[in-house]
Design a protein around this ligand. Structure first.
Ligand SMILES: C[S@@+](CC[C@H](N)C(=O)[O-])C[C@H]1O[C@@H](n2cnc3c(N)ncnc32)[C@H](O)[C@@H]1O
Length: 348
């Protein structure tokens, strides 16, 4: 299948493409067929709505009615689109990704093992937060892969329009047409994969012999998803460098390189990061400093920090010492590094 697909249509391999995003997710053959039929009848809007209704296997809420999903393309902002898609807690997570400690850990990891001019595949890229950072820092060859089509649609529309996107499971993805040794990254998602040996093998294959595989925020002690012990992650990925996720976040905030740790020392960590293959060098720029234009972190209203939900507060509150309860006046010199000021997408 060509991922340089036309905006909407069906590829020679029978994969439906809507708004430039192929839907090659396996286990969804009925939906694939239905979308292809709608496209054959010229019903692009209905095909898009059918794809908007699809979710990942961990999602527990029913899809909103078709009439509501049909309104998504008219949304003026990322949050409005996520509300209309009925994304609930996942919408909160993505809306505030720019200051959460897991995202900062991911930036520290990218900053220490920078792709340079290698093509990048972001596996389970969500709405493209990491791709946007890479694009804005000059990385040009970007592919985002995720099982949820609507997330890729949000990425393309609101977050990182310059990347190519393919909707597929990492273990059964079509040829992504990536040339040369690749930099394959997967942040805050590897622990979700049910068949981790197959996912690790697919990512290693995608990276190629001289490529790099970087897995960020893989749960160990955090029970969400299907976590593994550090040694098991390292063995599956052939990783040679490991980090505690908290250490990564701290290093970004403290403006220093992160310290790796042996797998045995990480058994009690909530989450870890792993690097395999070509370790590559540090980024030429400090990813701790977000790029202009910066806006006040929208978690602050009326001078106070307000978490978007109790669930979000329970997960990120205890790990977000960089965000004080009250908006500091005057702002500290490191306000941007601490994400009191954030580089939100233009149409956030
Ligand atoms: C917690 S989100 C992380 C998103 C993004 N990497 C980030 O850091 O913002 C996990 C993502 O994994 C995706 N996902 C889950 N299982 C997958 C699979 N088998 N193949 C590809 N993506 C998958 C979900 O749709 C979701 O977007």
């Amino acid at each position: 299948m060509s991922v340089q697909a036309t905006l909407s249509g069906v590829t020679a391999a029978g994969v439906p493409v809507v708004d430039g995003i192929p839907f090659a997710r396996t286990g969804r053959e009925e939906l694939q067929g239905r979308v292809a039929d709608l496209l054959a009848d010229g019903e692009v809007d209905r095909a898009r709505v059918a794809l908007f209704a699809d979710a990942d296997d961990w999602w527990t809420e029913p899809a909103p009615p078709a009439e509501q999903l049909a309104q998504v393309p008219a949304a003026r902002t990322l949050r409005e689109a996520m509300d209309t898609l009925g994304m609930g807690r996942v919408g909160d997570y993505f809306a505030h990704r720019w200051s959460d400690p897991t995202h900062l850990a991911g930036l520290a990891l990218l900053g220490r093992h920078w792709p340079g001019d290698a093509p990048v595949v972001d596996v389970a890229c969500g709405i493209g937060t990491q791709l946007r950072e890479l694009a804005r820092r000059g990385v040009a060859d970007l592919v985002g892969l995720d099982v949820v089509w609507s997330k890729l649609w949000l990425a393309r529309r609101f977050v990182c329009p310059t990347a190519r996107y393919v909707c597929a499971d990492v273990t059964t993805a079509p040829d992504l047409q990536v040339t040369g040794p690749a930099y394959v990254t997967c942040h805050d998602a590897f622990y979700f994969f049910r068949d981790k040996p197959a996912a690790a093998a697919a990512m290693t294959r995608l990276a190629g012999l001289e490529g790099t595989v970087v897995v960020g925020h893989a749960h160990v002690a955090d029970p969400h998803g299907a976590p593994l012990p550090p040694q098991d992650y390292a063995r599956l990925l052939h990783a040679t460098v490991l980090y505690d996720d908290e250490e990564l976040t701290r290093s970004l905030l403290e403006r220093r390189p992160p310290r790796p740790a042996p797998a045995e020392e990480l058994v009690g960590s909530e989450a870890i990061a792993l690097v395999a293959g070509d370790l590559r060098g540090p980024a030429p720029v400090d990813l701790g400093e977000p790029l202009e234009p910066l806006r006040p972190n929208p978690l602050y209203t009326d001078g106070r920090l307000h978490w978007p939900s109790e669930r979000y507060a329970a997960e990120y509150g205890p790990r977000s010492a960089h965000l004080p309860d009250r908006w500091p006046d005057p702002l500290p010199a490191d306000a941007a590094r601490r994400r009191l000021l954030v580089d939100l997408p233009e149409q956030w």
